[in-house]
Write a protein that binds this ligand. Structure first.
Ligand code: PLP
Length: 476
């Protein structure tokens, strides 16, 4: 049943099969049963085409991941060559393969400090899951067996395995029909300064300066550590810039100071760079280059292969590895996946990094990122755009009913979705997240494509404002 050409595909038939059989991530059953999904057929550069042939500028890079853009022949050729040479061989202890060894060495050379050890996984969730097991193993091997608890943050997104679904702290992801491992995971406040008045308890964030807000967050983290007990805590998780939680850039100095608090209490610091690595912020990794920290582990996925193959990795320090691997007849690290170090995925990763280096995509993002930021900031002229935030190619627009009070639209308005629906009609994909629209396009965007993106988003917001006025939701 291999599909040789889209000409052989009946769009209605595919739409129906999808609706009848493919249960998607984050399905909202009522709307899925009613509307199904938009079937995408092909993609080129920064554009994706649905089965009717309609073209969209992909403002979200697939899902924060197609960093080098679509249709890059050399990645397809690297994948094909490796699949023919050797599609798979198992990575369990005694055997390995060429692309996995090469990619591990390459990642060690690109990662900061002494982060020279790489554990490959199937994606970001399994990488964060593995990071917990590394932390547990590391502490227990040093005789600190009680250090098991995990600290994360409200609004964080760290994945969707049983455990990473609990490390995740986005309130919207807490389905009342699922179970969460709350006896293992503790959440501190979101570093969302624009919403400081809401995210801190009892409204204490109201009127705070950014410095005061940062002081509060650091004190809160330390208080949480003391409450749970430093001897019970293994690891702290933080995205350098929170992604799915609302593109939240923390206050200045936040990461440095939280790393210092963690290390003072012998807690490992995991920087979840599933989104922020591989050029999205203009560097292979953002932890040190943008935020001045060398964490104990960096977790990555997505841009590692630009989405051409599923692959994740935990890159961790020599210091952690040395403690884990100290001589011990019982020293089995019983963690891993059939597809850890999958040769075809690693070949895609190597080709992706080679392309990024040859085309200097980090340099491109360092130039084009500020332009994207500046152009998106022009949307603040619109009466419902309350905040434009993010960094370089990781941005979002927050829509509000009242810019002065930052009052939200009622949930029923579904403002982000309405805007993204209008954008979709206009030929732009932007992801709705509650009141937000997220922008995380391929890093290859030209100046003209940035202009097109911002112009279509402006039209989408204006069209939504007109609808809301007509419906009486918004006076404007
Ligand atoms: N961590 C972060 C910061 C993410 O944004 C994501 C996915 O969006 C994940 C982890 C989970 O990665 P995956 O979906 O590949 O399992």
């Amino acid at each position: 049943l291999a599909i040789a050409s889209l000409d052989q595909v009946d769009p209605k038939d595919i739409w129906q099969k999808d609706k009848d059989h493919f249960v998607h991530p984050w399905t909202h059953f009522d709307s899925f049963k009613k509307d199904g999904s938009l079937v995408m057929g092909r993609a080129e550069g920064a554009y994706v085409y649905d089965l009717s042939g309609k073209r969209y500028l992909d403002g979200i890079g697939g899902l924060w991941c197609v960093n080098i853009g679509y249709g890059r022949r050399e990645i397809a050729e690297a994948i094909s060559a490796q699949a023919l040479r050797m599609a798979f061989y198992n990575p369990f202890v005694d055997t390995t393969n060429v692309p996995a060894a090469e990619l591990a060495a390459k990642l060690a050379s690109l990662a900061p400090g002494d982060l020279n050890k790489v554990f490959f996984t199937c994606g970001g969730s399994t990488a964060n899951d593995t990071a917990v097991r590394i932390a547990h193993y590391y502490h227990a091997k040093r005789g600190k067996k009680s250090k098991k608890q995990i600290i994360s943050r409200i609004d964080a997104y760290h994945g969707s395995t049983y455990l990473t679904g609990s490390i995740t702290g986005r309130p919207a992801d807490r389905s009342p029909y699922l179970h969460f491992v709350d006896d293992l995971v503790h959440h501190v406040s979101s570093p969302n300064f624009y919403r400081a008045h809401e995210v801190l308890p009892n409204g204490v964030g109201k009127g705070m300066t950014e410095e005061q807000f940062c002081d509060y967050l650091i004190e809160e983290l330390e208080a949480k550590i003391l409450e749970v007990g430093p001897d019970n805590i293994a690891v702290f998780f933080a995205e350098p810039v929170m992604g799915a939680g609302g593109v939240i850039v923390p206050p200045k100095g936040y990461h440095k100071r939280s790393l210092e608090v963690c290390h003072r209490h012998d807690i490992l610091y995991v920087s979840d760079e599933v989104v922020t690595a591989f050029g999205r912020l203009g560097h292979f990794f953002a932890s040190e280059a943008v935020f001045g920290i060398v964490p104990d582990m960096i977790v990555t996925a997505k841009g590692l292969t630009s989405g051409y193959q599923p692959l994740g990795a935990v890159i961790f320090s020599d210091r952690v590895y040395e403690a884990m691997s100290a001589e011990d007849p019982d020293g089995w690290f019983t963690n891993g996946y059939t597809y850890s170090g999958h040769p075809v995925a690693c070949a895609a990763g190597l080709a992706n990094i080679a392309l990024m280096e040859r085309e200097d995509l980090n340099g491109h993002v360092q130039k084009m990122g500020p332009y994207l930021e500046q152009q998106l900031n022009t949307l603040l002229e619109l009466p419902i755009v309350g905040n434009v935030r993010g960094h370089k190619f990781m941005m979002c627009v927050e829509n509000v009913m009242d810019k002065t009070t930052r009052e939200h639209f009622p949930d029923a308005v579904n403002i982000g979705k309405r805007i993204s629906d209008h954008c979709e009609k206009l030929g732009l994909i932007v992801r709705p997240l509650g009141a937000l629209n997220v922008i995380s396009p391929p890093l290859t965007l030209s100046k003209e494509e940035v202009d097109e993106l911002v112009s279509l988003l402006r039209q989408g917001i204006e069209a939504t404002m007109a609808d809301l006025k007509a419906e009486g939701h918004y006076k404007g």
